[in-house]
Write a protein that binds this ligand. Structure first.
Ligand SMILES: [Zn+2]
Length: 413
């Protein structure tokens, strides 16, 4: 018997916000959004075949219409392109100390800071770390986030970084979300490393990155360029080695001081993330480079610091993505829409700019060409809100959650 490939159709939807045919860089007006009313999504084997008027699609032969759809607002699955979900322990004590006026140094001296998370993460088995990572990924999935970047960086030795990355690989088998792993062995110089910064980074290049490559544990390498972590001059040779091995580069840049963006541009990084202290100089550099500018409002909210200058970045012509930076120290919230919409209020971002920053612009910053847009040839990753208009989603500042989440054509929430 000849087997037909099954076509599935979802809809009709009140508003189908496709995010199609929008520019990768620069400011966006809401009027540029292509919204199909009474639209449908047709797919086969997890990939979108057509996005069009529902009735037109339903009249095609051999189409199975999905049952129990709600007539709401549909968007591409969101993408959180910068997180640190693979961690153990809690930094609630740091938060309390910081809000009581303690300095960074006092918190570190009281046993807090990144190093305390390293100790708590090292104490976990791979299975326990994988379970925690998957649990946090599933919390994002409930919010409609179908693709999540996850960094290592709380291992900080060859063996412990490998454990973190293997735990992320294991978490991928537990959660329904796509997980994109990034090696952040250059998070800080570990307190127990007996040697110089250069010796530590050399060790990572010689002993860690080749294993990551061989086991395909990550295709991205990140570093924290800041006074408290690594200098631009220290990181440049590390990034050059990683790039020569075929890794994509991304940078924690300009969080507390303008440092990092220039390195990101020099090495041709995919993105420069944070940017709270970027000046007009860094903004102009980013606007003229193929390096995405990534805002992490959750870190500003967690630390009580200013937001990245996103309005300026967009007006200068940058491609801006927004991510949660979910981590135990500075950004424990992990709520992408809440953070993006609060940032929008402070930075005066249009709904189109907010949605672009967590869909196709975030996908591009991760190097994906198959998600973030609802169009033929893309993955059938989409989310359905029980709402009258897409405007309700940023407006409700994270309170409105998707009623359904679909990944590669299968309903997972
Ligand atoms: Zn981060």
């Amino acid at each position: 018997m000849h087997m037909e490939i099954a076509y599935y159709l979802a809809g009709p939807f009140r508003e189908l916000v496709t995010m199609q045919a929008l520019p990768l860089k620069g400011a966006l007006k809401d009027s540029a959004l292509r919204i199909i009313r009474n639209g449908g999504i047709l797919w086969k084997e997890g990939w979108i075949e057509a996005v069009d008027d529902f009735e037109t699609l339903a009249s095609r032969p051999g189409v199975t219409v999905m049952e129990q759809m709600i007539k709401g607002v549909v968007l591409p699955g969101f993408i959180d392109m910068h997180t640190h979900l693979a961690f153990g322990g809690s930094r609630a004590a740091d938060f309390a100390l910081r809000n009581s006026g303690s300095t960074y140094l006092e918190i570190a001296e009281s046993g807090g800071g990144i190093w305390s998370t390293v100790k708590a993460t090292r104490a976990l088995t791979i299975e326990a770390l994988a379970a925690l990572t998957a649990q946090r990924a599933n919390a994002l999935l409930q919010q409609g986030v179908t693709t999540i970047e996850v960094k290592s960086g709380y291992g900080l030795s060859v063996a412990e970084e490998l454990k973190c990355l293997r735990a992320i690989a294991e978490a991928r088998r537990i959660t329904g979300a796509s997980l994109v792993a990034t090696c952040l062995a250059a998070h800080m110089l570990p307190a127990d490393f007996n040697g110089s910064v250069a010796a530590y980074l050399e060790l990572m290049v010689n002993e860690l990155l080749p294993v990551i490559k061989e086991e395909q544990l990550a295709r991205r390498v990140d570093a924290f360029i800041e006074r408290s972590a690594f200098s631009a001059a220290q990181i440049l040779p590390y990034f050059k080695s990683a790039k020569a091995m075929g890794f994509d580069i991304t940078v924690h840049a300009d969080q507390f001081t303008p440092s990092g963006t220039e390195v990101a541009i020099t090495v041709g990084a995919r993105s420069a993330d944070h940017l709270e202290h970027s000046t007009d100089k860094e903004i102009a550099l980013l606007a003229h480079a193929d390096v995405a500018a990534v805002a992490l409002p959750g870190a500003s909210m967690g630390l009580g610091c200013k937001f990245a200058p996103v309005r300026k970045l967009l007006d200068a012509g940058c491609s801006v993505a927004i991510a949660t930076d979910w981590n135990p120290g500075s950004a424990p919230m992990g709520n992408l829409m809440l953070q993006a919409s609060v940032l929008a209020s402070f930075e005066k971002l249009t709904n189109a700019e907010v949605l672009a920053a967590i869909t196709y612009r975030a996908a591009a910053a991760l190097g994906f060409k198959d998600r973030g847009v609802l169009a033929p040839g893309y993955r059938a990753d989409f989310i359905v809100y029980d709402a009258d208009s897409y405007q309700e989603i940023p407006y409700q500042q994270g309170r409105l959650q998707p009623a359904q989440v679909w990944k590669s054509g299968a309903r997972i929430v």
